[in-house]
Design a protein around this ligand. Sequence first.
Ligand SMILES: [Zn+2]
Length: 279
Amino acid sequence: MIPLVDIGINLAHDSYERDRAEVIARARRAGVVAMIVTGSTLDDSARAIALCRGVPGMLRATAGVHPHHATTLQQSDAPRLAELLADPMTVAAGECGLDYYRNFSPPAEQRRAFGMQLRLATEHRRPLFLHQRDAHADFLAMLREHPDLASRAVLHCFTDGVGELEDCLAAGLHIGVTGWVCDERRGQALREAVTRIPEDRLMLETDGPYLLPRTLQPKPPHRRNEPMYLPLVLAAVAQCRGQAPEAVAAAATANACRFFGLTLGTVVAADGTSTYELL
Ligand SMILES: [Zn+2]
């Protein structure tokens, strides 16, 4: 089995509070050997880093503030965010970006918080873990002001179509694909777009606890997504691209390791079985 990396999992989320260890164990049994734990507020990023310290052979974190929470990020928070970004468990700045779909924070506040995080990511030489919804033009305009950063950035949970994809690829972005691709109806544009992602720009993620793949059968009663379902995302992406799942898995894992600076080593247990661990 080719090892997988889930590049976007909100493992600090409350819904994993009572069974987080089992969620991690189930992921490993499903072949998900490493996960990037998404930080979406300052406190959440600190929790993500703490989780990584508990399972350093498998977990790394991002540190940042989601556009929904943009109003909570003040200039006076810059030193704390810088400290989170400098943590050895942190492998990317984010998730950050723009989300005009619900505007939980006003757009102007979102642009201010995003700009602040772009500057900090540049200073701390961190790759970017990006979020964008219904804000394509403003998002790309801001990224184009940081061309070096854009080529070291992944747009997570890409859900748009071919046109937006071409713009993102031209800007230099890597593309994260979630279980949205498993939705035959809602994911139609994405299912076409994934056929156009160059093999060296593609990564896979669950974005759990959100976006339970619609191809999961039978459906669990709770509807909570978790990293053990990443192979369903892989299967859908491979099917759309007309590639073998093994080929897509190998490419996506190599991309994730290169992008986030991860090194996967093989560890042999006492019983002779071997597993992968982050070194
Ligand atoms: Zn997101």
